[in-house]
Design a protein around this ligand. Structure first.
Ligand code: TRP
Ligand code: SF4
Length: 323
């Protein structure tokens, strides 16, 4: 029945937006029925870039977990937990680090990108070890499948390399994990660029319906289409492109022929998004009104995760003569 064990996580570096929802979360919700699944908030990973903002990490950790549940992750079907609740990840991280040549880490493309992006004059040991921590997240649950975005593939490759090396030295402990890609096209943001919290062009799951309407009203459309009757060019229009990702771009011809105007079009988009998000936002509000419920769910999720993580650690300690 189950296709095996599946694990994924997200860093609590901000609120989750439509891109996170349609690109990852919605897929996780389907996968929880097919696999023995583990989903967690990677709050230790967030320390690599937000060490001076740990209160924010704490706030986002709860917000992201709330979004997970609101989007439809069901704690009766899968484990939803916070990374730092399972200390075993840190122990395995240390042990894996012994089997990871520094050269492998220097070659990870995300490492160089982050180094440049953040204008860091020095790089922390923790940032360099980011993919080793991610490997421990995956390997400690002996996950077979890891749904991630394209950008995370180098990390999965490294996970396989570390796992293989570990198996070679200490015997068969870890299975080979596989990335699960979604075909979902990148979600365009309010300005037509890829939706991203760093571009300030996102619609957030936690936004209200009114905020969503205001954001959509401010969206960039075809600048040549001043009036409804002007012929428009939907290809370069962010409103059109967002609707297209939902297969709802049936105004293409009406736009070109001047039969629909941008005001009407934006109304349709806002209404569509608010419909899509309404049940999620409702569950979100409910969880926010009962913080103790979230605590309970995360404690139960951690309990489930810890059981598996502990069993793996017993095996690893024995193989390494640390028992
Ligand atoms: N690095 C992932 C990201 O930024 C988050 C993450 C941490 C993760 N540990 C993981 C994803 C383990 C999958 C499996 O998106
Ligand atoms: Fe874009 Fe719609 Fe305006 Fe055409 S009518 S330019 S698709 S918002």
């Amino acid at each position: 029945m189950s296709k095996g064990r599946l694990l994924s996580g997200m860093q609590p570096t901000g609120m989750l937006h439509l891109g996170n929802l349609e690109g990852a979360l919605a897929n996780w919700v389907k996968l929880q029925d097919e696999y023995e699944a583990f989903f967690f908030v990677a709050n230790w990973h967030a320390l690599t870039t937000m060490l001076d903002r740990t209160e924010e990490i704490k706030r986002y950790t709860r917000a992201v977990a709330t979004d997970f549940l609101a989007a439809g992750l069901d704690p009766n079907k899968c484990a939803v937990f916070v990374q730092s609740d399972i200390k075993e990840h840190a122990e395995l991280h240390l042990l894996l680090s012994m089997a990871t040549p520094i050269g492998w880490l220097e070659r990870v493309p995300t490492f160089k990108e982050k180094q440049e992006q953040l204008h860091l004059e020095t790089v922390s040991y923790g940032l360099m070890g980011y993919p080793v921590l991610m490997s421990s997240d995956i390997l400690i649950y002996k996950a077979n499948a890891v749904p991630v975005g394209q950008d995370q593939l180098p990390h999965l490759e490294l996970t396989r390399e570390i796992g293989r090396r570990f198996n070679y030295i200490f015997g068969d402990i870890f299975p080979e994990c596989e990335g699960l890609m979604t075909e979902y096209a990148a979600m365009p943001g309010l300005d037509g660029r890829k939706m991203s919290k760093s571009y300030n062009n996102a619609i957030y799951i936690a936004d209200t319906a009114e905020e969503t309407e205001t954001k959509v009203r401010s969206m960039y459309t075809d600048p040549l289409k001043m009036r409804k009757t002007d012929p428009g060019h939907p290809a370069g229009c962010a409103v059109y492109n967002l609707l297209k990702t939902y297969g709802r771009a049936d105004m293409h011809e009406d736009c070109e022929a001047g039969r629909i105007g941008c005001v009407e079009c934006k109304k349709r988009l806002a209404a569509f998004l608010n419909d899509r998000l309404a049940p999620i936002r409702e569950r979100r509000m409910e969880l926010e009104q009962h913080p103790e419920k979230l605590d309970e769910i995360l404690a139960a999720g951690a309990e489930k995760a810890r059981k598996v993580a502990r069993a793996t650690m017993v095996e690893i300690r024995a193989a390494m003569h640390l028992d």
